[in-house]
Design a binder for this molecule. Structure first.
Ligand code: NAD
Ligand code: ZN
Ligand code: ZN
Length: 368
């Protein structure tokens, strides 16, 4: 079949919206008609090279839609089902899945390749195969994805809002609740209030944090952070230190979560300085792949048992956590509607990313 998709043909280029050929699903794959796709910063990393991937690539990894056709071996969804696409596939059988770490499933190794799990392409244009961001490619009206990436959700789910649960909501919430293990009464600092950081703020709020300090240089982001549960907002890490000191009688924060556009090695030292004994510095933002240096006081790391933790998908298990996120939304505890600042047509995907770079969106959303 033919579908319209946004394709990136090379580093530092613009997304090209064009008609492409899409093959039907193989036995363990699912053809999905997308309702919406979020504009996550990770697709921007394809453009800048901070996530090294082969080109060409259909972008997008934060989407939800309806099953059009399920391959013959697919057991858990069928035509007409509402689904959220998980940006990480989970096989359910590898050692990591078996231990409840679906976000670290061995299938994750296939994410940086481009083609589907069997090594062949579903998208084709200009005489060649086109890869799919995170095996998904949600910047397309239709896509074919691995069954291992498909999470069934209740019929009647608002799939436009649910799209954001495929990456940003689950990653941000999980960074606070699962990776940082925020508990009632904790003091939490979130650095960078984009689509991920704002959900770390609401995750910390839902977990019962007593102080949530949001850091962002953009005033609009700080206003949004307050709406989502931040108790204090500042424009820089330097301003956060004294406030965290006052709020905690000098003990400092239980968690410092880094959700900036890019992670830099020199963010770690000030973050470590701002956490308490056994406090956690969580790195959710993606760093430059060639960066080998991090700052920080090693003596205090040991003496105060401080911890630095990477967070992939907020340490979440998609098959369990995506439906839970939607239940938190249905019961009024998790905000989704307020995450969407601007909606775009697929043709305007480049405008959406320009708006993200200019700091005017919490999340941009492509609606099909
Ligand atoms: N680990 C994962 O599983 C995972 C999943 C999705 C996204 N990510 C990554 O998370 C990061 C954030 O993504 P996003 O979509 O929220 O991006 P975004 O562009 O929407 O938000 C980034 C925010 O950081 C702010 N910022 C930049 N420099 C700052 C600084 N020095 N101090 C404070 N704030 C600063 C910006 O003003 C912006 O509001 C990206 O690196 C993305 O690739 C990681
Ligand atoms: Zn993402
Ligand atoms: Zn697995």
């Amino acid at each position: 079949m033919k579908t319209k998709a946004a394709v990136l043909w090379g580093l530092h280029e613009k997304w090209q919206v064009e008609e492409v050929e899409l093959d039907g699903p193989k036995e363990n794959e699912v053809l999905v008609r997308l309702t919406a796709s979020g504009l996550c910063h990770s697709d921007e990393h394809l453009v800048t090279g901070d996530i090294p991937m082969p080109f060409p690539m259909v972008g997008g990894h934060e989407g939800a839609g309806t099953v059009v056709e399920a391959g013959s071996e697919v057991k858990h969804v069928t035509e007409g089902d509402s689904v959220v696409l998980s940006f990480l596939p989970a096989c359910g059988r590898c050692s990591y899945c078996a231990r409840g770490m679906q976000n670290l499933c061995d299938l994750g190794a296939f994410l940086i390749n481009g083609p589907q799990l069997d090594g062949t392409y579903r998208f084709h244009a200009r005489g060649q195969g086109i890869g799919q961001m995170c095996l998904l490619g949600t910047f397309s009206e239709y896509t074919v994805v691995p069954a291992a990436s498909v999470v069934k959700v209740d019929t009647g789910t608002s799939l436009d809002k649910a799209a954001l649960v495929g990456c940003g909501v689950t990653t941000g919430y999980g960074s606070a609740v699962r990776t940082a293990e925020v508990k009632a009464g904790d003091t939490v600092v979130v650095m960078g209030i984009g689509g991920i950081g704002i959900n770390a703020v609401q995750g910390a709020r839902i977990a019962g944090a007593r102080n949530i300090v949001a850091i962002d240089p953009v005033e609009f982001k700080r206003t949004k952070a307050t709406e989502f549960g931040a108790t204090h907002t500042v424009a820089s890490v330097a301003e956060a230190g004294p406030i965290v000191g006052l709020l905690t009688r000098g003990n400092m924060a239980d968690a410092f979560i880094i959700t900036t556009d890019v992670a830099e090695g020199d963010y770690i030292g000030p973050a470590l300085d701002m956490v308490t004994k056994r406090g956690k510095v969580v790195v959710t933002a993606v760093g430059h792949p060639t960066d080998m240096q991090m700052s920080g006081n090693l003596f205090m790391l040991t003496m105060m048992e401080k911890q630095i933790r990477g967070a992939l998908y907020g340490s979440s298990n998609a098959q369990h956590d995506i439906p839970r996120m939607l239940e938190l939304y249905n019961t009024g505890q998790l905000k989704l509607d307020e995450l969407i600042t601007t909606e775009y047509a697929l043709e305007d995907v480049n405008q959406g990313y320009e708006d993200m770079r200019n700091g005017v969106n919490i999340r941009g959303l492509i609606r099909y």
